[in-house]
Design a protein. Sequence first.
Length: 228
Amino acid sequence: MRASDRAYAALLEEIQSGVLAPGTVIGEVEQSTRLGVSRTPLREAIARLVADGLVRQQSARMLVVSGFDADDIRRLFEARRSFEETAARLAVSRGDRAVFAELADAFDQAHPERGALAADSYYELIQQFDAAVDAAVDNVYLVQALRNTRTHLARARRLARDNEARLVASVSEHALIARAIADGDAELAAHATHVHLHHALRSILASIAADAPETETKRTNRLSKGSS
């Protein structure tokens, strides 16, 4: 792997996981030393992160990790709806339906009747589904857009608390999408994708709201009620 690719992968993972939080300064000297690469491949890696929208130029000589809040997530899902519903329709007309039938079966089998659902296994299955959709649509422009939204989606997932009930529901939603593609039902595939994204967005925003610091007004009201 090239030095620039290694630096990009390392910085990407740290941004997505929150190790490098929004507003963190990305200094060339510091990062090149920390990652063990020279300045040139580091600049290439940072340029890719800028193109991804994960790093931005705050001033003439300062690069920082881009902000990412509830409004950004809403905008992300606006794009996801457009791209993913289109991809679902195209997968019906262009994809190998046997592949999606196998994926639908895999989602059905992953649906936990007993015990907990392993998030890592779930996301691995999602990656297989995404790869199958990318191959099916056979459109470099759409695939590039899909991959870019997934890059930012990793940040959105980090902001949401673990919610097993949501994971279980998402498994069923993906099973329905995959089965609709396998059955050649473009309308159902697109609609099921829309419903899945609606529920996913609501879950993430609810989790963020629950974790948000208590505002002064809410705190005052709560204290007033408690003392009455």
